[in-house]
Design a protein around this ligand. Structure first.
Ligand SMILES: [Zn+2]
Length: 302
């Protein structure tokens, strides 16, 4: 349990902007802030984050910091490779911990989103659940047997890189035929030469040809999901990111497609749903990761 004298602050680093949120005992942040980073300016970017944290610390007593960041994270070293921090891996975890005098947890965005959904969202308290974020890329994280699944280097859960088309399209990860290359949301737009959001909107409104296109796209997504369902036997698949704009029609279609594709694994108990936390998800999850991983300090006072 979080000591209410000490709040946890969550940071969500995307591109050049940072969202901050202070988490107390409620689900939603009690305070929100932001910071701007500069391209290729490690010390300027660091100073900007530090300033925002110091500002937050004047409002609420902070005990620990959780960070969810895009870019490449080395979990062992606590370093981040990100355009705002220059070419070299930046030792963000240690540097911030030293500057702020408190422990820091640095992690990837998918783990933060999964954590937010697992602690207070769509798959709250479930022992087995998958989270897939579907936007420009397909990423993910999973909870298996009541534990956030990490793997040997801490980066398990790259659910977008299961192969759905052997020898198929080249994926950004260097492999061929990954789900990511066939089911990222831009594929839906390319199928119809329209913005993905427009396709989803028209499909929801009943446009026949857009519904056909959306069905085709969801069949690609279901190729991957059916394999994941067979492997993990989850209680829930939580979808986050851009795809949540598809609304109820898209979710129902996906459910139907999956039932056609993998009847043996669709037992009627599998929940397929959108993430509860949208804008604040990574901030809430980053703080929850810090609470989850950073051991509670022994309280010697009295
Ligand atoms: Zn891949």
């Amino acid at each position: 349990m979080r000591d209410t004298r000490n709040y946890t602050i969550g940071l969500d680093i995307r591109g050049e902007s940072v969202r901050l949120g202070i988490l107390g005992t409620q689900v939603e942040p009690v305070w929100r802030g932001s910071a701007e980073l500069k391209q290729n300016d490690p010390y300027g970017s660091f100073a900007s984050i530090r300033e925002a944290l110091e500002d937050a610390g004047r409002r609420y007593p902070l005990g620990q910091i959780g960070i969810a960041s895009e870019g490449m994270i080395n979990m062992t070293e606590g370093t981040l490779r990100h355009p705002a921090f220059g070419e070299e891996p930046f030792p963000l975890r240690e540097a911030l911990s030293e500057a702020m005098g408190m422990p820091v947890w640095l992690d990837g965005p998918s783990f933060a989103s999964m954590m937010a959904e697992w602690t207070s969202g769509a798959c709250k308290g479930m022992d087995n659940a998958l989270y897939l974020e579907i936007g420009d890329t397909v990423t993910g994280a999973m909870v298996t047997e009541g534990t956030l699944c990490r793997g040997k280097s801490g980066s398990a859960g790259a659910l977008g890189h299961i192969i759905t088309h052997a020898g198929g399209k080249e994926c950004e990860c260097g492999m061929r035929g990954c789900l990511n290359a066939y089911a990222n949301i831009n594929v839906l737009g390319e199928m119809c030469s329209r913005a993905p959001e427009a396709v989803m909107l028209l499909a929801s409104d009943g446009d026949r040809s857009m519904r056909d296109m959306e069905h085709r796209y969801l069949s690609e997504l279901a190729e991957g999901l059916s394999g994941l369902v067979a492997i993990f036997d989850p209680q829930a698949i939580v979808l986050g990111g851009f795809i949540t704009r598809g609304g109820r029609y898209m979710l129902e279609t996906l459910h139907r497609v999956l039932e056609e594709k993998a009847p043996a694994y669709m037992d009627g108990e599998l929940l397929i749903t959108y993430a509860r936390h949208r804008v604040d998800g990574r901030v809430i999850g980053a703080a929850a990761l810090a609470d989850y991983y950073i051991p509670e300090e022994e309280d010697d006072e009295e």
